[in-house]
Structures are given as C-alpha cells and as structure tokens.
Design a protein. Structure first.
Ligand code: FES
Length: 140
C-alpha cells in the first residue's frame, strides 16, 4: 500500500467517537471522519464519511475532538440527527432517510488507507479552513 495514503492505525479509530482527517484535491481541502463499528457481532469494519451533516451541510459532525456517538450512531449535535456508522443512513432527525457522503478506505496490516481516487491524504485533524471566531448559524 502507498504509505502516503495511510490515515491511521485501526487501533487509533475509536468505537465510541470518530477520528477526523483531511483530504486534499489540488488546492481544495475537505474533512472526513473515520468510524469503527466494533460491535458485539465482532464486525470491526472501518468506514469513512465526509465531515458534514445532511441537514445543514455547513455543520461539521466532528469539530476536532471526535463526534459524539450514541448507541452506535454518529450524532449531529446541532439538531440531534443520528447516522448509522456502517451505512451513513440518517435514522432520526430532520434529514431522516439521507445518507452521509462516503469516502473509500481500506484496511491493510492493521492500518487504514485512503483509496478514494480523487483525493490525497492531507493529514490527521481539521483542515484549518474553518473560521473559529464565528459561532456559526443560529436557530433552526
Ligand atoms: S445541522 Fe445536523 S441535524 Fe441539523
């Protein structure tokens, strides 16, 4: 596997949160999150999703310290939409029925690699493109 596309060790991906990373497409950067199923079924698969809610697409799910995960689902803290970790399906909330945008990754030798052809791996953590001085949108 191409070491430039290695995102993280599988053990670094939490089962009770998310791991934020940044993708690069030329000069453009986008954030994505890794999730690990880690269920009682023994399914320890890793999935990656673009880091924005399907209700308001300018709302990040993971703001840098991991998105909240409740009962195996990623929670958007703005209006409490929940997304299945494995499918990206919104099971509850204002965007119920919508899916998170997936990012192709694979696991090799206990590490997660980016396989999405259109992007390069930029690094772990936020893209740095966010205006932290603003509280963002207000209201529903
Ligand atoms: S912005 Fe995520 S539920 Fe409204």
């Amino acid at each position: 596997m191409d070491e430039d596309r290695r995102i993280a060790a599988v053990s670094e991906v939490p089962t009770d949160g998310t791991l934020l990373f940044t993708l690069r497409d030329g000069f453009d950067r986008e954030e994505a999150i890794l999730v690990r199923l880690g269920g009682e079924s023994g399914d320890d698969a890793i999935h990656a999703w673009k880091n924005y809610c399907q209700h308001w697409t300018d709302v990040r799910l993971d703001k840098g310290s991991g998105a909240a995960v409740r009962e195996g689902e990623v929670l958007c803290q703005r209006h409490a939409a929940t997304f299945e970790k494995g499918s990206g399906l919104c099971t509850h909330g204002p965007c119920e029925g919508a899916y998170l945008e997936d990012v192709a990754v694979t696991v090799h030798d206990d590490a997660v690699y980016l396989t999405e052809a259109d992007y390069e791996f930029d690094g772990l953590g936020p893209s740095g493109d966010h205006d932290l001085s603003s509280g963002g949108r207000i209201g529903f």
